[in-house]
Structure formats: C-alpha cells, structure tokens
Write a protein that binds this ligand. Structure first.
Ligand code: ASP
Ligand code: MG
Length: 409
C-alpha cells in the first residue's frame, strides 16, 4: 500500500478557510486508498495566537529568562494545538484519525534543547494506527529524549520532521504543502516573472535553501536525499502538483530533467564584507583570523585567502563582534556593510563553459559591480551591494532565460 507523508506549514493552518484546503488534500489521498502521516506546524505566523513566535512573545517580558528545557515545552505547544484541531476536523468528516506528539510518534532526539537532532524513529506505534486505517497526525518540529523530555528541532524544523518520518516509514513521497506553487526560479517578491519549476534535484534545492530561498529547510532535504525519498513542494491553496525534488539521475530517467544550465537564483541579504590586507604582517595572519572567528562561533562565508590578505563575509548581526575580534588581533579591517550574496544555481552548469561570462555580462551591462565571487560545480555566487539586488536578480533571471522556463505552462 502506498504511504504518503504530508506536511502543512503555518500559513496552511492559520484559519478555518485554509484548514478546509488542508482537509481537501488529506481527503483526496485518503480516498485514493493511501496511508497518510500528516505533519503539522504551528498555526499562522508572528502575531497569530498560537504561532511559534507568538508563544515566544509570552516570555519576552521576562527577559527570556527561561531554561532551555522549559522553553522547548512552551514552543512545542503550537504544533500540539494544530494537531488536535486538525484531528477534530477529520473526525467531523468521518475520517478516522489520531494525533501524536513527536515523542508518541517515536521520534527520539538528543537533549540539545532548541536544536535537537533526531537519533532514531520508532515506527511501530504509527504503523499500528495506519494498519487500523487511521490518518496519523504528528506534531512537527519536536521529539523526545530517551528520558522523556520534550525537545524542539530548531526553527523551521517541521520540514525535518516530515522528511525524517518519510525516511523512517520508507514513504513513497513527502509532500511539503506551503503557500506558493512549488519552487520558483527566484523569489517572486524580487523578480516578478519568476516561474514555478516542475522538478529540481536534491542538490539544487539544497543549494537554494542554504543560500536564502525559504522554500524548505536544508536539513530536511539532506535527510530526504540520504534516504532517496522523493519530495514535492506544492501549494495548499491550489491543485498544482508543485515541484518534484529527487536525484538528478531519477529525474533524467523519468524524462523530466531538462539539463538546464541554470535552474534558479537565490539570495541572502544583510551581509558584511571584511577585508584584511597583509602588508608584511604576521605569516600566520589567516590562521589567527579564522581561529578567532571559529572560537567565537562566527560563521564565515565567501572566503578568499590570498598572499596579500583575506576577504570574507559575515552576517550583519555578527559584524560588531567580528570587527572587534579583528581589531583585538591588531588588524584594521576594511568593512563593507549592506552587501547581498546572489547564488546562480544549476545542476547542469558543471563543465559548461560561459556561465560566469553571462553573469559578468548581465551585471556589467546594468552597471552593477561584483565585489567578490566564488563557485562550485553547481553554483556561482556573487557578492554585490544590496542596493543593486533587485536589478541584479532581474538581469540574471533574464540573462539565463529563466522567465521562459519551458517546463511549466
Ligand atoms: N513552528 C516552528 C517554527 O515556526 C516549526 C516550523 O514551522 O517548521 O519554527
Ligand atoms: Mg514553518
């Protein structure tokens, strides 16, 4: 029998009308005779009564003075409410259903409260309910330690719950329902003619997610990729099939892989470029810099190490700390705030000549300076000033013909 994991995000569950759409997708699969595990996120977003951010707001007045264990108990409430409300909706429709907490569903995590890792999933309880014909609703974003403590998996963690359950249950597919029609060629708030993609590889979506596209949590993709479970990112509010995510070879064998050089664009804002020039400075300058950043938990990106010094980027939040550390080491870094990192992603660019030339040409023609660049076999990154972001994304989108993607009409 086919088994599907469906995951519904906060906006899909935020009100009665949205939850009717959720119901529609559950009923469709249930009536097709498929076993269903439904993972839910907390309802709505910041400001809505039971959203995760609203729960956090409840303790903000206390200066967030709460042990991490207690904080996780509070955070886990949002998903509990979603699961029970959805279960009641299904019952009202006459569909047998049961809701389980992460722990009840068998999700065992370590005890890193707030960013727990899944160690194991014991599926017997879920399988028993499924074989009794019930839809199993599982609260996303949470698990339980071996000694029974509630844990949460880190913000955006219900995607991870969904793919981890999919992997443990060897699901046929994991459907991630959200409020957009799948994965788009770029963020539509910046590029108005961004188009939905019918398929992308795990590697491509991983790159997109790690580089700022907020479609799915990167950890969730890694888990699906390792287990080889296909994922579909699709909208709760339409009947579109969304974007299929699986191995590139799988897409090719199904004839739905277009070997496009560039599949999509992603971007990250609020990045600071730091440059330390080494005029006869200490020979171990690079080592001292990166050791200092690492030991203070500052994550660095866009690293260019040259005999003459180093260039790298940090997030805007980490900038004051990073600068202070560099000054403490006796360096005078050049600081360029307000940068954006644009990623040009495509599984088909490997070994393909001319991709960088297209990028440089598109940006040069629009008068946008490239501050730094880097590349891997499936992504080229450019650092630009944030004030040029909209223009840069639009120019690149057009230069690679992404507005013409032939795979979705
Ligand atoms: N509700 C949690 C959060 O807002 C988990 C999730 O939505 O995936 O981070
Ligand atoms: Mg969410």
């Amino acid at each position: 029998m086919e088994l599907i994991v469906q995951k519904f995000g906060g906006t899909s569950l935020s009100d009665e009308q949205s939850r009717r759409h959720v119901l529609r997708h559950i009923i469709r699969e249930h009536e097709a005779g498929r076993s269903l595990v439904v993972v839910v996120s907390a309802m709505g977003r910041s400001g809505d009564p039971y959203a995760t951010d609203s729960l956090l707001e409840l303790i903000r007045g206390n200066g967030n003075a709460i042990p991490s264990r207690e904080r996780d108990l509070l955070l886990s409430c949002g998903e509990l409410i979603s699961a029970s409300v959805l279960c009641s909706l299904l019952n009202a429709e006459g569909i047998p259903a049961v809701s389980l907490t992460g722990g009840q569903a068998g999700i065992v995590t370590d005890d890193r409260f707030g960013s727990a890792r899944i160690m194991e999933i014991k599926t017997d309880r879920m399988l028993k309910h499924l074989s009794d014909g019930r839809v199993v609703i599982v609260t996303g974003f949470q698990g339980m330690t071996t000694d029974g403590e509630m844990t949460t998996l880190g913000r955006g963690g219900s995607d991870t719950s969904a793919t981890a359950l999919g992997a443990a249950l060897n699901a046929n597919i994991v459907d991630i329902y959200t409020d957009v029609d799948g994965i788009l060629t770029a963020d539509p708030r910046w590029v108005s003619d961004a188009r939905p993609l019918s398929a992308v590889s795990y590697e491509e979506i991983c790159n997109m997610a790690q580089n700022g596209a907020k479609v799915i949590h990167p950890r969730a993709v890694e888990i699906a990729m390792k287990a080889g479970i296909p994922v579909r990112v699709r909208s709760t509010f339409s009947d579109s099939e969304g974007t299929l995510v699986t191995h590139a070879r799988e897409l090719r064998s199904q004839g739905i892989w277009f070997d496009k050089t560039v599949t999509g664009l992603a971007h990250v804002r609020s990045v600071t470029q730091l440059a330390v020039i080494n005029h006869n400075g200490p020979a171990d300058l690079q080592l001292r810099i990166f050791r200092a950043m690492a030991s203070h938990g500052i994550s660095v990106d866009f690293i260019n190490v040259m005999p003459t010094g180093v260039h790298y980027t940090v997030s805007e939040n980490d900038t004051p700390n990073a600068v202070q550390l560099l000054q403490g080491l006796g360096f005078e870094p050049k600081i360029r705030k307000g940068c954006a990192k644009v990623s040009v992603i495509g599984g088909g660019m490997n070994g393909e000549p001319g991709v960088m030339a297209v990028i440089v040409e598109a940006l040069t023609n629009t008068g946008i300076p490239i501050l730094q660049s880097a590349d891997s076999n499936t992504t080229i990154w450019v650092l630009i000033s944030e004030e040029n972001l909209a223009e840069a994304l639009q120019a690149l989108h057009k230069a690679f013909g992404l507005h013409l993607t032939p795979d979705k009409t």
